[in-house]
Design a protein around this ligand. Sequence first.
Ligand code: ZN
Length: 77
Amino acid sequence: MRYIILLLAIVLLVYIVRTLARSPKRSKKVAEKRRARVGSMVRCEQCGLHVPESEAVYRHGKAFCSREHADDWELEH
Ligand SMILES: [Zn+2]
């Protein structure tokens, strides 16, 4: 009976170690996927802040971090 418990403990340990060893790779893949979805960064013409291309506001062929900065830039130029 004691050997069965020991065997189960070893199997469980191997399973835990495998799971732990695998998880960093998986999270790295998720991070890569996330980065790919965000895409490249563009620089706000008004404040210089870098924002994801998909979230940027475009006006006069220039990129801005927000509509407020696009408005500010329009007033100044
Ligand atoms: Zn800005």
